[in-house]
Design a protein around this ligand. Sequence first.
Ligand code: SAM
Ligand code: DTB
Ligand code: SF4
Length: 329
Amino acid sequence: MAASPEHMANDALFRNDWQREEIRELFNLPFVDLVFRAQTQHRRFFDPNEIQVSTLLSIKTGGCPEDCAYCPQSGRYDTGLERERLLPVEKVVEAAGAAKAKGSTRFCMGAAWRAPKDRDIEQVAEMVAAVKELGLETCMTLGMLTKSQTMRLKQAGLDYYNHNLDTSPEYYPQIISTRTYRDRLETLRYVREAGIAVCCGGIVGMGEEREDRIGLLQELANLPKHPESVPINLLVQVEGTPLQGAESLDPLEFVRTVAVARILMPASRVRLSAGRTDMSDEMQALCFLAGANSVFYGEKLLTTENPESSADQRLFERLGMTVATPGSQ
Ligand code: SAM
Ligand code: DTB
Ligand code: SF4
């Protein structure tokens, strides 16, 4: 039921000229009206009872030179995290096999790099090919890429690349100083041009204002083409990071953010991403009603906790939701 890429590019429904005022008005709607509009859009493009599931693996952990204020893997903060070099391909394949056995359909490999070196790309290209052999969709998040690196990853068979904008352009300098918003947009452009599907979203609950959530969603929706996948992360507060102790976000404001993402990007997978261990089943159900239709599945995100697979299976069963088959976008 998902729209084809051609459909996404050509249909006037897929606007990329959203104005802040229009998005503000959506956020200001009464909650029930907003969720109803989001669910109505959702049903035009998706089976509302289907959920896509991706499993994460950190293939290179910690010691990152960047200063992202939320991140336990930055080498600048003492978070007690044990660093790990790039994993051997066999270990990655083993983890991917286990994820598949538990019912996952996409395997997302993350590395704590600012930007990979060309020789790193050769190693991760091997991982992509091996994970694909298992019949899983592949995704990677490795930091900034050059144009030729995106082409090499495409050639290896990479299906998705995750690279987040994280927050609004105005709030961004308070969160990261070591790379610019423009750097991120450039990597996204290379990924798109190489023909790899784009996974791009952000983090909320970082002490930002609603206006910053509006600004983030505006940037995402006004990319030349909507990202196929939009992860909405709720900050996982980690001791030792500058954002530890940030004011927590009203759960209903989180649901509103999901609903607005769904309305602005009607045919994209909106992923309820980091932060689910802090959410009740009822809150997650509200997010699904507001148009979220993907989650990270498996006990661990990259370095922090995620709900147990058995708990998620129970939740899906209680909600009558089934796992989407790959190819349904
Ligand atoms: N180093 C690469 C990069 O930053 O592009 C890839 C890995 S990085 C950990 C991937 C994404 O995870 C970040 O862009 C951020 O959005 C998200 N993330 C990291 N730490 C988080 C946290 N504590 N809570 C929520 N999301 C987080
Ligand atoms: C995304 O948007 N969220 C995921 C994935 N893309 C790579 C990562 C969340 C990381 C949460 C903190 C951690 O576990 O280290
Ligand atoms: Fe490094 Fe990525 Fe963490 Fe930023 S988010 S510190 S780039 S691993």
